[in-house]
Design a protein around this ligand. Structure first.
Ligand code: ADP
Ligand code: ZN
Ligand code: ZN
Length: 755
């Protein structure tokens, strides 16, 4: 009897592909196979094993190879990727395969990747003889011997990398019987042999740990007591010690069960080092390799190793950015999503998923707890909690006994101007004075401005020329240190012209302010201050963000200026002043989520002040000092803001009271994109349930042209998630067969964040 396998491939068609299987190892769902696909080879995942296929036998091709050394991807993981594929309107293979490390998707690299690791072990003879056998000045060899002596076994690759001649030396020592080279997953054996980590060991340094506040203890108890699926919304003001709650919940879990795995998500790569350090210190009792990170900043090899560690169960604690939600974690028992409101949890290309939403789904399927933490929960999560679907855990106070929330002061720029008070390049008098005071006291200030570059506009007063991008419908940003004009949408770059290209006027001037300009102004406005800028430009090199943040923590910086990169999560100890510039634009955005985002951002950045007990102050420069959002912020009133914004959303029939999806099209011309959307909308009206869905008119995006591509979108809205889902699925074949000349791409986004 022949066997057939149905395989998911990274292919836009949402179908499985049938292959004949007559290799030796028994195929199982979740195993990877190499198969011929068209004229090339591809890697796919077995979804089903059957004894019949609807494809005619002469059309069926054979599986070329099977990856039997990798444990099959678990049913839970396959169900997760299938759900994500269906919910976000993609093919299963398009979700499952890209979620695997690159090396696994290349069958020629399976052997090497999955080969049992070689490790050197220092034998008793070597331990005895080596110290005397080495010449006194052979420091490199001595280092090698020390590394061998320091742990039971040393990965061969690490040992050989210690010195150019290490390999030859190790061969020689092996011949003498001083070291042995072992294969097989020694590390895994070590785990099996490792005594169960005692709860006491994980809580060993309890005496040194901060005493949990009553609120923190209640939160930890609630998480500990969860049975089966439970979603917790940990709403804690900035500095309330949410991390400490996570750490306790994690310690409980990791010590209770020797195989349990936990996943902790953070919104940004830059926040991983801080958490990783906390985990490594707190969970030092875990075996080596039990804590791994997953984010896009890792080199390919490391990413693959960490993925494998999670997949084999060796990794107990995985810390990662949004992509880690799709990691294979066979023993996953707790998920933490820190700063759950952060838009960075939404993937904006390819599979447009929300890692936070998938975390909740995954927890529900597994029957485990998920903790969503934030000082400013997303209104979606807040609404879930209000309805009792999530359990609210509240931390109302800062954790450090002497720390209080900063006082927030609005600086009315209009009033400043009318009273003729001096300002320097957009920095108001009161803000400059406050920074000077901080400098005298040896405290740090932070200036937040969500715009990088020197100036957003370079223009000519004489003729009205403005420097624009030739490829986008956008102005280019002046970058002074780089001496360039740069398009922030497509990356186009040019030198800064010396005169107006239209009229020859040499008086072209930058308008508006970005972080670079503020950095420049600060140098003279606050004499003697050491100013540091952190934004996407100053941290382009790998690892540089980390180095810059270390300088801030080390007190080598007096004023930190930056974009939202500096606003999030960092636990700065000596920042007592936060200045906010240029926040007003977001008050009047066409995007209904802009105010929610602004409130969260300002609350986050304000939360950097006064964390360690020194009184903190926040100064917001604004032309709209009466705006309700700023007043809620000044009162630290998230709940008031959330409830009034939710009421507005309810009246306006906006999420979370309705569900949305967006069809976006990109064309060589705007007409092409709009035509496609028009045709798509016409197809939609015929679908079942379509009458319950509101289809809005197709509109151009705010920045309609990017990199010579014209973009437009069509919004769909429905009070029922299920009805919308079904209609979207039924729409797919029509969308795929729509042919409109000049259309380059289209995609459907479910639960879009940017409208
Ligand atoms: P959040 O994430 O809620 O903004 P953090 O978890 O960063 O806050 O905690 C803020 C500060 O409070 C940290 O420096 C942390 O070490 C400290 N901290 C947390 N819990 C306690 C506690 N129970 N007692 C004293 N200090 C604490
Ligand atoms: Zn001009
Ligand atoms: Zn451009």
């Amino acid at each position: 009897m022949s066997l057939f396998v149905r395989v998911a491939l990274d292919h836009p068609l949402p179908t499985l592909f049938d292959y004949r299987y007559d290799l030796a190892p028994t195929p199982l769902p979740g195993m990877l196979v190499r198969i011929p696909f068209g004229r090339r080879d591809a890697v796919g995942m077995i979804c089903e094993v059957t004894d019949r296929s609807d494809v005619p036998l002469d059309k069926l091709r054979d599986v070329a190879a099977i990856c039997s050394t990798l444990a099959p991807l678990a049913a839970e993981w396959r169900a997760l990727t299938l759900f994500a594929a269906e919910y976000y309107q993609r093919g299963l293979g398009e979700v499952a395969l890209p979620a695997l490390p690159q090396v696994l998707r290349d069958a020629s690299r399976w052997a090497k990747l999955l080969a049992p690791e070689e490790r050197y072990r220092l034998m008793p003879e070597g331990r005895a003889s080596l110290p005397d056998a080495l010449p006194a000045r052979a420091t490199a060899l001595r280092r090698l011997a020390e590394a061998l002596a320091a742990s039971p076994t040393l990965p061969a690759a690490d040992a050989r990398a210690l010195h150019p001649k290490a390999r030859a030396t190790l061969d020689e020592w092996q011949m003498r019987g001083w070291v042995s080279l072992e294969t097989g997953d020694v590390a895994e054996q070590d785990i099996a042999l490792a005594p169960q980590i005692e709860k006491a060991a994980l809580h060993a340094s309890d005496a040194l740990l901060p005493q949990l506040s009553a609120e923190q203890a209640d939160a930890v108890d609630a998480i500990r007591g969860a049975q089966g699926f439970a979603a917790f919304l940990l709403h804690g003001v900035t500095g309330s010690g949410k991390t400490e709650v996570y750490l306790h919940a994690l310690a409980d879990l990791l010590s209770a069960r020797p195989d349990a795995q936990a996943l902790v998500l953070v919104p940004e790569i830059n926040l991983t080092p801080q958490f990783e350090a906390a985990f490594r210190t707190r969970f030092a009792a875990l075996p080596e390799g039990a804590i791994v990170t997953m984010h896009s900043g890792l080199a390919e090899g490391e990413r693959a190793r960490n993925w494998l560690a999670a997949h084999t169960g060796r990794a107990r604690l995985v810390l990662g950015t949004r992509l880690a939600i799709l990691a294979s974690l066979p023993k996953l028992s707790l998920i933490v999503v820190d700063e759950e409101h952060d838009p960075a949890y939404k993937q904006q290309e390819g599979l447009r998923y929300s890692a936070r939403d998938l975390a909740v789904y995954r927890a529900k399927e597994l029957g485990i707890a998920v903790v969503l933490g934030s000082a400013t929960p997303s209104l979606e999560s807040w609404w879930q909690a209000e309805q009792g679907r999530y359990t609210k855990l509240t931390l109302t106070r800062r954790a450090v006994a002497t720390a209080v929330l900063p006082s927030v002061r609005l600086i009315d720029l209009e009033e400043e101007r009318q009273r003729g008070r001096a300002s320097v390049e957009g920095l108001s008098g009161p803000l400059i004075a406050a920074m000077k005071t901080r400098l005298e006291r040896g405290e740090q200030s932070l200036v937040f401005l969500n715009r990088r570059g020197y100036a957003p506009i370079l223009s000519c007063d004489a003729c009205g020329w403005v420097a624009g991008c030739p490829r986008c419908s956008a102005y280019v940003v002046l970058h002074k240190p780089e001496r360039a004009l740069r398009c922030h949408h497509c990356g186009w770059e040019s030198r800064i012209p010396k005169s107006c290209p239209d009229c020859g006027n040499v008086d072209i001037a930058p308008m508006g302010r970005g972080t670079q300009r503020v950095e420049e102004t600060l140098a003279t406005a606050v004499p003697g201050a050491r100013v540091l800028r952190i934004d996407a430009d100053s941290t382009r090199r790998k690892g540089s963000a980390q180095a810059l943040f270390s300088d801030v923590h080390a007190g080598e910086v007096d004023i930190l200026v930056g974009t939202q990169m500096i606003a999030k999560g960092h636990d700065f100890q000596r920042v007592t002043l936060v200045g906010v510039l240029n926040a007003d634009t977001a008050l009047f955005s066409h995007d209904f989520r802009a105010s929610e985002r602004l409130f969260a951002q300002l609350m986050q950045v304000s939360g950097r002040a006064g964390r360690a007990g020194l009184p903190g102050e926040v100064m917001i420069q604004t032309r709209y000092a009466r705006h309700a959002l700023y007043h809620a912020l000044a009162r630290h009133d998230y709940v008031g803001f959330a409830n009034s914004t939710l009421a507005e959303r309810r009246d306006a029939h906006l999420p979370p009271f309705v569900y949305q999806a967006m069809l976006r099209a990109e064309g060589r011309t705007l007409e092409a994109a709009l035509d496609f959307l028009g045709a798509a909308a016409a197809e939609f009206t015929g679908l079942a349930g379509a009458e319950r869905v509101t289809v809005y008119d197709a509109v151009p995006l705010t920045i309609v042209k990017v990199f010579n591509v014209h973009r437009a979108q069509l919004l769909l809205e429905c009070a029922s998630r299920a009805v919308l889902q079904n209609a979207l699925r039924a729409w797919q074949p029509a969308l795929r067969s729509l042919k409109v000349k000049g259309v380059i791409r289209w995609n459907v986004e479910v639960d879009p964040l940017d409208i």
